[in-house]
Design a protein around this ligand. Structure first.
Ligand SMILES: C=CC1=C(C)c2cc3[nH]c(cc4nc(cc5[nH]c(cc1n2)c(C)c5CCC(=O)O)C(CCC(=O)O)=C4C)c(C)c3C=C
Ligand SMILES: [Fe+2]
Ligand SMILES: [Fe+2]
Length: 358
């Protein structure tokens, strides 16, 4: 077992290179840091907060991989003059007014607090738990620095995306390693793999469906699993995201004991003129209504917490599309957020990744 309790620096006796202990910067007790990483969020819904956030997000070449020579003039000149207004309006509709922050931030903090309680119950204060964002605040660099300063010589970095995509997990990890590039004494780091088929993730999803359905007076005709989309080209170039989404839905359907005809997989949030993964949720729900499926439920398994893409896009825009096509009941099943089954899943995944460290 590794000696994690050592606090002092060993000095090899006397001589020209040995220093008195008082000459050293403080060295805190060695601990393990767990960092939950989520996508990010603007600091406010006003034009400049939105513009700053969208600029950072949409300038990331893991998200939009066009040549910057072509993309940046378009982004800076056209997109960032218009989109901050429309996105700001969408965020304003779901904003947590009490805390003056986005729901994604509120929920990520709640997840972190519950995970910290579970970690403390098991490992005492040997483990520090914190959260970071890829875009906006708290930045990945600031959190890695904070956790390291509190003694984390070893960090488990957990991008909270069940399905791997270069546009999410990949760029979250890039950002963590970019932070390490600036550090003299780097912490050791382990990145947590995607958990799209983890039995406890599948169980948590299935449970959330069962719990929502138990409260309804009649069962919806169809369950739509709506994943955030990516350009179809990313799939063709080797991103496994599409296949991992399909597998999550299949495993959850099998766990529920349902027939293939009862669940459909769709992709939402298309951005720009390129073809994205299909079918598009907004079109598919209208097709379902037109085909006579008047009662549907929609869930978003790619999102670990509710955010503008679920609370606004699914529960308003996509719902409207369904109702305009003749649909009658639209039930939105919330993300796993800080549900106990979600925290249990995180604990199980992390305990596996922390092996030998605690
Ligand atoms: C433009 C390209 C985009 C790709 C590719 C993309 C992939 C992707 N995103 C998520 C998760 C989230 N995206 C969120 C918001 C959001 N996404 C894009 C664009 C792309 N996403 C934009 C422009 C925005 C901002 C909102 C808007 O202006 O419409 C969010 C929500 C953040 C919040 O609520 O604060 C999440 C979460 C995944 C999982 C994914 C592909 C795998
Ligand atoms: Fe997105
Ligand atoms: Fe696939």
């Amino acid at each position: 077992m590794l000696d994690q309790t050592k606090t002092e620096i060993d000095h090899p006796g006397s001589g020209r290179l040995a220093h008195a202990e008082s000459d050293h910067p403080p060295v805190p007790r060695a601990r393990v840091g767990v960092i939950i990483a989520n996508l990010g969020t603007p600091d406010g819904t006003d034009y400049w907060s939105m513009r700053r956030y969208l600029n950072e997000f949409l300038s990331d070449r893991r998200v939009i991989d066009y040549s910057p020579l072509l993309w940046q003039p378009l982004l800076q000149g056209i997109i960032l003059t218009k989109r901050p207004f429309s996105s700001g309006k969408a965020y304003a509709g779901i904003w947590n007014e009490e805390k003056d922050e986005s729901p994604l931030l509120t929920i990520t903090r709640a997840q972190t607090e519950k995970l910290a309680e579970a970690m403390a119950a098991k490992f005492g204060d040997d483990v520090i738990v914190d959260f970071a964002m890829r875009y906006g605040n708290p930045s990945t660099q600031s959190v890695i620095e904070r956790v390291k300063a509190a003694g984390a010589e070893r960090i488990v970095f957990f991008p909270l995306y069940p399905q791997y995509s270069a546009a999410t997990t990949g760029t979250a990890n890039d950002q963590a390693f970019r932070a390490l590039m600036k550090m003299r004494w780097q912490p050791y780091i382990r990145t947590v793999p995607a958990y799209y088929e983890h039995p406890l993730y599948i169980e948590a999803l299935a449970k959330s469906v069962e719990e929502t359905y138990a409260k309804l007076s009649s069962k919806p005709d169809i369950l739509v699993t709506s994943y955030h989309g990516v350009p179809k080209r990313y799939l063709m170039e080797g991103d496994p995201y599409h296949c991992q989404c399909q597998k999550t839905t299949r495993l959850m359907r099998e766990r529920l004991g349902w027939d293939k005809s009862q669940v459909v997989t769709t992709f939402q949030s298309k951005f720009g003129p390129e073809e994205w993964l299909q079918p598009y949720t907004v079109e598919e729900v209208a097709r379902l209504a037109e085909a006579g499926h008047k009662h549907i439920a929609v869930m978003a398994p790619a999102f670990s917490s509710d955010c503008v893409e679920t609370l606004e896009e699914i529960n308003e825009e996509i719902k409207e599309s369904f109702e305009e096509a003749g649909g009658e009941t639209f039930t939105y099943i919330p993300c796993l957020n800080d549900a106990p089954a979600h925290i249990d899943m995180m604990m199980a995944v992390l305990e596996n990744e922390m092996r030998g460290w605690v």
